[in-house]
Design a protein around this ligand. Sequence first.
Ligand code: SAM
Length: 232
Amino acid sequence: MIPGNLYIIATPIGNLGDITFRAIETLKSVDLVLCEDTRVAKRLLDHFKIERTTESYHQHSSLKKTGHIADLLREGKNLALVSDAGTPGISDPGNKLIESLISIFGNDLKVVPVPGPSAVAAALSICGFPSDRFVFVGFPPAKNKRKKFFEGAMGYSFTTVFYESTHRIIRTLEEIGSFEPDKLRRVVVCRELTKQFETIYRGTVAEAANILKKGIIKGEFVFVIEGRLTGN
Ligand code: SAM
C-alpha cells in the first residue's frame, strides 16, 4: 500500500500576487486541503477559484485528527497543508504532523515541499547584512525568559532574525538595546512585508526605536539584527 502524498504549500504573507503557479496547481489537484484556519484558507482558495474541501489542522489538533489524516493517506488521498500565511512549519503548524505521519508510514510517505513566501526569507533578502549564514530564533517569549532569549539572540556573530508581536515592538528594541554595550549594532525592522503599508526601519537599535516611537505601530513585524560585532 502506497499512501497518498502530503504537499506542504507556502502561501502569500500579504500580497496575493506572490502565490506560485505550482501552489495553485497543487491546491487544485489535491483531494483535501488541511488549513491552520479554514476561514483564512477559504479566502485564499476563493480568490484563486480553487474549489477544494478544507479541514482544519492546527497546533492544538488532537492525535485523533492525525489518525484521521493517516487514514486518508492510507486510502491513497493526496493532501495539502497550508498555514494562515507563509511557509507551514516555520513558526506555524506542520512539523508535528509530519513527524507523526513519518512514524506511521516511514519513507513510503512522500512529503512534498511547494516552497514560496516566508517572512523570515523576505526580511533576510532585503536586510543588507551577511546572510550566507544566519540564525532564526522564532518568537521571543511573551512574558518570562525574555531576558535570556534576547541575551542569546544578541550573542550570535551571525545575522539573527526573529518574529515579534505588534504589541511589543518598542519594548523589544529597548530590551535588545540593553544587551549591546557600544550601541553600534544595526537592526532592520520590517513591517507589513509585501503589503500596502510595508515599511522598513533601518539604523542602530536606538535609532530604529526613535523612528518607530514617532509612528503608529501596527501590523506584522520581523526583526533582523546584525551579527555581534567583533570585540563585544
Ligand atoms: N510561517 C510564516 C512564515 O513562513 O513567514 C510565519 C508564521 S508566524 C505565526 C507569523 C509571524 O510572521 C508574524 O507575527 C510576523 O512576525 C511574521 N510575519 C508574517 N507575515 C509578515 C509580513 N507580511 N510582514 C512582516 N512580518 C510578517
